[in-house]
Write a protein that binds this ligand. Structure first.
Ligand SMILES: [Zn+2]
Length: 182
């Protein structure tokens, strides 16, 4: 029996960047963009607010791009302050590198196990799909999904009863499967 779990975002992650006003390092975006078109060139920023003092920071999305090279539907979404677009852009490593930001997914995702009632079976195979590239510890997911403690999960790995083609220690942000034998 193959169980299907999904790791999915429930909100836009916190943006890690030092605030130059209050020295806090968490910004939250509501998906507000600033678009500056000048003749043929366009600049786009995503605005985010410091969670401590409310100071605004601007994240560069496009810099001096030729307007003609930007798809019209993308322009529409920018003008509509599309929060889903903001979430997609934040997941783009190029955008993160350019702005020297990291994302904090704490409390911004959930695990959907589909209300599984096979968890007590002797052997279960589970495929875990990531709806967004959210870095999570597989041991934490498995503990949560199977109703075990992290220590119990670690012991199952050590005993060879919990196996996967991927390394279950550390963090993952891409799909994987595992088998649990009791
Ligand atoms: Zn601040």
């Amino acid at each position: 029996m193959l169980e299907k779990w999904v790791v999915e975002p429930v909100r836009v992650p916190l943006i890690r960047r030092r605030c130059h006003v209050c020295a806090s390092d968490g910004f939250r975006t509501s998906g507000k963009f600033r678009v500056n078109a000048n003749h043929k060139l366009i600049d786009v920023w995503l605005l985010a607010l410091c969670t401590a003092c409310g100071e605004t920071t601007k994240l560069t999305v496009m810099e001096r791009m030729n307007v003609r090279s930007v798809r019209p539907e993308l322009l529409d979404r920018l003008h509509d302050n599309d929060l889903r677009l903001a979430a997609e852009l934040l997941q783009d490593p190029v955008v993160r590198r350019r702005n020297r930001i990291a994302l904090d997914w704490d409390d911004a995702w959930r695990l959907d196990t589909g209300g599984s009632d096979h968890l007590d079976d002797e052997v279960i195979d589970v495929s875990v799909r990531f709806a967004a590239r959210i870095p999570v510890r597989p041991t934490r997911l498995i503990a949560e999904g199977c109703g075990l403690s992290r220590a119990e999960v670690e012991k199952l790995i050590t005993d060879g009863k919990l196996v996967s083609a991927v390394r279950l220690s550390g963090k993952l942000s891409g799909d994987f499967t595992f088998t649990l034998k009791r």
